[in-house]
Design a protein around this ligand. Sequence first.
Ligand code: CA
Ligand code: CA
Length: 229
Amino acid sequence: MKRLFLILAAVFLIAGSVRAEVVANWDMSGEPGFQTYTAAVGTAEYIEAFNIIRGAGLYPREGADSLNSKGWKGTEAGDFIEFGFSVADGYEVKLSELWLGTRSSNTGPGTIGVYSSVDAFTAPVEIITQDGNAYADNIIDLGGLDAITGDFYIRLFEYGDTQADGDGATAGTGTFRITNYDSGGTNTGVQFVGTVATSAAASPVPVPNAVILLGCGLIGVAGIKRKAC
Ligand SMILES: [Ca+2]
Ligand SMILES: [Ca+2]
């Protein structure tokens, strides 16, 4: 009976071995701030990352270890930072977290909405508060998003129109930068965490694999030999 338990445990371990991993990550350390884009430094298998870029309504600005921008004005259409990834055909990603650091200048955006392409950037997944010009380090819960196939983007728009120092409308000269997540001795870069798996559409019957393994495991216990195993 103990052996049966061990085999069953092993079978379920194998069947459920889709583990959370870094789906894509960008390292902002050493970046000057005014670069046109920052390319990813790594991805999970079956993932291609997109550069971190500015929308057309923003302008480059110096800022060590970041991608920094000025030209923020409330919800102007082109005023956003965008990054994301593409999932290979036949695969899907279930995201769990986005790790990132952000910082505004005192007259830059006071609140930043984190929007996703899943709902065409309609409702913020999270709202980041910038407290003056202090760095904000956040692990944003993306567990509520549906599984992703194809292209996926996050956009950071200003949410509302208030300066980070708490009063006044956001100034066009004010800045907002995206930096590495750096908190409590942990510096991870900007990263998505989640699981990559074959998509339901590509393999509509993923369960039988586990069932076959389970069947073979039981046959093994019973001492029955079968070619399929
Ligand atoms: Ca603008
Ligand atoms: Ca102010």
